[in-house]
Design a protein around this ligand. Structure first.
Ligand SMILES: Cc1ncc(COP(=O)(O)O)c(C=O)c1O
Length: 492
């Protein structure tokens, strides 16, 4: 560790006293915390250009004051409990800002936007939590992943020490291009792909590239909060368009909008799949309006009933669609790997923006993931997950229709969550959410489930809709959760 000390030979104060006073100050004002290891006296002397005896003398003094302690044979550490005494240096005089300057500073905050919530709000406090979009960590291919990481690390540290391509590791881009071709019908090459820190970064990159204050952006109503807030944060005027059981109501799309953000595979949060007719209408609208369509395919790896509809991007002949994919649902959100499939004219601007934002994605996980996909491990993992999640979804639907009279499931044809429509009488979604929590069960109304809903008065039917993420709960846990939910509602 290098300490921020400055020795001034012309200060009119002994060198040892300068070292002692400055270290003391670092400890007393908490910049050096209890338990922190002090640098070796030889190294500190070298760094400061003073004799080792000077530093040793300073350490002896500080030890006598109880501020540091030698622990043989490991080294010298800041003492566990600091008793503030002794001649601390006076803090440097700080200019007091004027009221006007303070006001000016506070006005500098540009981004005035609400956040969003992807972390389960109650943490481990809820043993049976249907939080949305969470994969089951117990099904993560841990052994295989560890082996891949070790294999990549055995190749040496070169990639850990260097910056990578801002567009992403070539091997991973090739693997992704092949994967989206085979599973989503998208004809893409490695140069069309940009690897991102999840879809969320893709949304931010797009906002940076395409959104200026006042630009109109179509969002679904209800809509994924994480997307809407990004566009809003860049000054977009949001134009919510209602969704029904066929997805976005494309007849209502305004031609004045520059961009539409959609979740066609599994509408977030209601779960509809955008029909083929609407997909064509949406592309027709984009062509007419000169607009982009942002296709967020966040949980597209899980289609359960029949074959999946190909991605909207696969129908796009004129480069209107920007496709966003992620490994957050199929592997885990902690990996922070997603990708964009970009129209030709956005490739280079997006690559530059990514470089300005964070230079590049971390190398190790990209390299491991590329091998995981190309060697077939990923497809096998998806197959297993799909089986488990389908069984869990069926178990949840059956449990609801047998045990909760008047409740109806929907939106579960794909993805990792479904919606439960509550009966017209009785507590609404928000009330059920609260009751369930008293029994250790997490269920979520639309607003609490990281979605935005516009124009919904107190009697709006979507206020009687609950979101249930089932992927992270085993069938036994789902049964127990439903039992508790029944008790919670019955007790009401
Ligand atoms: C609709 C939707 N889009 C995007 C994301 C964010 O995904 P990522 O982890 O890839 O940033 C989520 C996360 O839950 C989501 O639900």
């Amino acid at each position: 560790m290098q300490l921020p000390l400055r020795i001034d030979p012309a200060a009119g104060m002994g060198l040892q006293a300068q070292v002692t006073d400055q270290i003391r100050q670092l400890i007393l004002d908490g910049r050096l915390t209890p338990g922190a290891r002090m640098p070796a006296t030889r190294q500190l002397a070298l760094d400061l250009g003073v004799s080792r005896n000077t530093v040793m003398g300073a350490f002896e003094r500080l030890a006598a004051e109880g501020l540091i302690e030698a622990r043989e044979p490991t080294g010298t550490f800041v003492a566990g409990r600091i008793v503030a005494e002794g001649p601390a240096l006076l803090p440097l005089p700080e200019a007091t800002p004027s009221v006007a300057a303070e006001r000016r500073r506070r006005r500098r905050l540009k981004l005035r936007v609400e956040g969003h919530q992807v972390v389960a709000p109650h943490g481990p406090a809820l043993p049976f939590d249907f939080w949305i979009g969470r994969p089951d960590a117990r099904l993560f291919p841990m052994r295989h992943w560890q082996a891949l990481l070790m294999r990549k690390l055995r190749g040496g540290a070169r990639h850990l020490c260097d910056y990578g391509d801002p567009q992403g590791e070539l091997a991973l881009r090739q693997a992704i291009a092949a994967h989206v071709g085979a599973t989503r019908g998208i004809a893409a090459a490695a140069q069309d792909i940009l690897v991102t820190n999840g879809i969320q970064e893709g949304l931010n990159l797009l906002a940076w590239l395409l959104i200026a204050p006042g630009i109109e952006v179509v969002v679904e109503n209800p809509c994924y909060r994480g997307a809407a807030q990004v566009f809003r944060g860049h000054g977009a005027r949001l134009r919510p368009v209602a969704v029904d059981h066929d997805g976005l109501g494309c007849a209502a799309l305004p031609t004045s909008a520059a961009l539409a953000y959609v979740t066609p595979s599994h509408q977030y949060p209601l779960g509809a799949t955008l029909s083929i007719e609407r997909r064509q209408a949406l592309l027709g609208w984009a062509a007419q309006a000169g607009a982009y369509v942002v296709e967020d395919d966040y949980d597209c790896d899980f289609f359960y009933d029949g074959t999946p509809l190909p991605a909207l991007k696969s129908l796009d002949r004129h480069g209107h669609v920007i496709y966003l994919g992620t490994f957050s649902k199929s592997l885990g959100a902690g990996l922070r790997i997603g990708y964009m499939v970009l129209p030709t004219e956005l490739r280079e601007p997006a690559r530059r923006a990514k470089a300005l934002l964070n230079n590049c994605q971390p190398w190790l996980e990209q390299a491991a993931l590329a091998a995981f996909i190309t060697e077939g491990g990923y497809a096998e993992h998806l197959r297993r997950l799909r089986q488990s999640y389908a069984a869990r979804r069926d178990h949840l639907c059956a449990g609801i229709s047998h045990g909760l009279p008047g409740w109806h499931c929907g939106g579960g044809g794909s993805g990792m969550h479904l919606v439960a429509h509550l009966p017209p009488q009785g507590p609404d979604a928000e009330a059920v959410e609260k009751l369930a929590r008293t029994q250790g069960v997490g269920v979520y109304s639309i607003a609490r489930g990281n979605a935005l809903l516009w124009n919904a008065g107190p009697d709006h039917p979507l206020r009687r809709v609950l979101l249930l993420g089932y992927a992270a709960l085993s069938q036994t846990e789902i049964s127990e959760a439903l039992l508790r939910l029944r008790q919670a509602i019955g007790a009401h």
